[in-house]
Design a protein around this ligand. Structure first.
Ligand code: URA
Length: 251
């Protein structure tokens, strides 16, 4: 949220008074004097002071869910249970939504928030947010496959993927186990990448998204709020540069 809007919401003063306070260097964010009233800030993550008064503002919620199979990544669905249905009544908020999507049969880390800006920033293609998946496929994986992933898989429709890192954990004729790190979010991307090298994904789980790792103590279908340490690692994604607002993102 813009700094001036936040201070207005917190009833610090009229628009004019707030602007004057900012211009006269009375407002600090994380210890730095801020003179730009349009700066995007989050009082849940940053220390915002007007003079000696700290702005205490319960803004957004941030959950990590260990998504189980069979649940759709949507806010509402008339047929299936959604990831938002897994959030208990007391933790529900207006505008809660999942950041990015996992297929119905994919498990693992899904971030859920009511902060629209965070999702927007994490999904911007040029931010190249890295995502790690644990994958089981139905055939052998080889060093040749690793090279194909590093060079950039090309789908049958000509779409080229960015270089990805494949780490083979075990490789057998009927089943192989690997980690895959990708930095984009094309539709069914991981499954299509493996299909391009002739393998079918039979199990898929997301282990991380950007700096956030799935808490392995969460059972399938369980979630928890991100802790302060995790939120701090997301701070770069709360900074909005004006020119980024025009860039489209993929879900
Ligand atoms: N890639 C896929 O194919 N499916 C997912 O759920 C996520 C990434």
């Amino acid at each position: 949220m813009r700094l001036d809007k936040l201070l207005e919401q917190e009833k610090i003063g009229s628009k004019r008074k707030i602007r004057a306070m900012i211009r006269s260097k009375q407002v600090t964010v994380d210890g730095q004097v801020i003179m730009d009233e349009s700066l995007n800030v989050d009082a849940a993550l940053q220390d915002i002071f007007v003079g000696d008064v700290k702005i205490q503002h319960e803004t957004h919620v941030y959950y990590m869910l260990n998504k189980p199979q069979g649940v759709v990544t949507a806010v509402k669905d008339i047929q299936h249970q959604t990831v938002i249905d897994l959030i208990r009544a007391e933790d529900q908020r207006v505008g809660l939504y999942p950041i990015g999507r996992l297929d119905r049969d994919t498990e693992g880390l899904l971030l859920i928030t009511d902060n629209g800006q965070l999702g927007y920033q994490l999904l911007l293609p040029h931010k190249k947010v890295s995502k790690r998946y644990e994958v089981i496929v139905n055939d052998m994986l080889t060093e040749f496959d690793c090279r194909s992933f590093t060079e950039g898989i090309v789908f049958s429709d000509g779409k080229k993927c960015k270089p990805a890192e494949l780490v083979i954990l075990s490789s057998e004729k009927g089943q192989s186990h690997a980690y895959l790190d990708i930095t984009e979010g094309k539709f069914h991307q991981v499954k299509k990448m493996f299909l391009s090298v002739g393998k079918k994904v039979i199990y898929l789980k997301r282990l991380s998204m950007g700096p956030i790792q799935l808490d392995q103590t969460l059972g399938l279908g369980e979630y928890r709020s991100l802790n302060q340490e995790e939120l701090q690692t997301l701070l770069p994604y709360f900074t909005i540069h004006k020119k980024e607002k025009r860039v489209e993102y993929e879900i």
